[in-house]
Design a protein around this ligand. Structure first.
Ligand code: NAD
Length: 309
């Protein structure tokens, strides 16, 4: 059955996600503050609207895919926002990665207007948004989740209800902590291996099938070795996610020592103008401290380099 779906936020992720909803035969109404994404989706068969309010008026399900919490608050709670147009009984699904506390605030405002709400951030980046194989972590009521599940499966291959509203974003923060610390640890390991004269590609191939193997190692080590930091997932977005994690940790009085250190590395990269590097570029902060880049040796090395050399 086709649904009337509103989609707000047509950036790197929103465009392919909205496109997959269209491909499945749904009527999709779109809005973004910039025209580029709107033009693309209209060419694919979507209808455009000039405000978030207009999108909500024309939709049974409204999806937001925006950079951060303040953007979601503006688009949903602000003037000409979703809640000025949404009908009671409609559902708002925010798929942005935001502070769980903001997700709860937005969920409460929706409930007061009789609008159902799920927070449903994603993991997997642009390639998985294109393939509709995102991992989607959802917070909200079971009944709303069950109703929206078929729509979520048009965008993702792993769709999990993780708890009440806010739980989706809390799960996403857990994801982002693990990914950021993993990239930093990979940077330390490969800088050390390179300094010792080893070929980092051989090192990665040797360890990827063991306990140190990970999706992060598979995706990000080749990028670091090839010096390819084209995004992908931008360092500035990861800075936003770790900031949200550290804010949540303060609320819950939980120390996050590793996350705090990696956030410091990320801040130094932002100050160097590397905010738009892919987050694989976190390794460059470690490289700078060591004064060496992760690289394959020019010639094959027969022996480990002696540390005092
Ligand atoms: P993006 O910056 O490419 O796109 C965001 C879009 O939102 C932009 O087109 C922008 O113009 C629009 N926008 C901002 N404020 C708006 C408003 N008030 N009303 C309407 N449109 C507005 O970001 P993205 O990479 O698509 O990421 C979106 C979210 O998904 C972020 O929270 C990000 O952390 C998360 N995410 C991104 C990736 C990735 O690989 N890019 C992966 C997983 C999760």
């Amino acid at each position: 059955m086709s649904s009337k779906i509103g989609f707000i936020g047509l950036g790197v992720m929103g465009r392919p996600m909205a496109r997959n909803l269209l491909k499945a035969g749904n009527k999709v109404v779109v809005y973004d503050i910039f025209p580029a994404g709107i033009k693309e989706l209209v060419a694919d068969g979507a209808t455009s609207c000039s405000s978030a309010k207009g999108v909500a008026e024309r939709s049974d399900i409204i999806i937001t895919m925006l950079p951060d919490g303040p953007d979601v608050e503006k688009a949903v709670l602000g003037p000409n926002g979703v809640l000025e147009g949404a009908r009671p009984g409609s559902t708002l699904m925010d798929m942005s990665s935001i502070n769980p506390i903001v997700a709860q605030k937005v969920g409460k405002a929706c409930a007061e207007k009789g609008v159902e709400f799920l927070d449903a951030p994603v993991s997997g980046g642009e390639p998985k948004a294109i393939d509709a194989t995102l991992a989607i972590m959802v917070g909200g009521d079971q009944a709303v989740f069950d109703k929206l599940s078929p729509i979520l499966h048009l965008m993702g291959s792993s769709v999990t209800l993780t708890g009440p509203v806010g739980a989706g974003n809390m799960t996403k923060l857990a994801n982002q902590i693990i990914v950021a610390c993993n990239i930093a640890a990979m940077g330390e390991a490969l800088v050390l291996a390179t300094r010792a004269g080893l070929d980092p590609e051989v090192v990665v191939n040797a360890i990827k099938g063991g306990l140190a193997g990970s999706a992060v190692l598979n995706a990000k080590a080749p990028m670091a070795i090839a010096r390819n930091f084209k995004p992908g997932f931008r360092i500035r977005l990861h800075q936003k996610d770790l900031r949200n994690a550290l804010q949540a940790a303060e609320e819950y009085k939980v120390p996050l020592p590793l996350t705090s250190i990696v956030q410091g590395l990320i801040m130094s990269l932002m100050n160097e103008g590397k905010g738009d590097y892919d987050h694989a570029g976190i390794v460059t902060a470690i490289e700078k401290m060591a004064g060496i880049e992760i690289a394959r040796p020019a010639e094959s090395t027969e022996h480990l380099r002696i540390a005092a050399d």
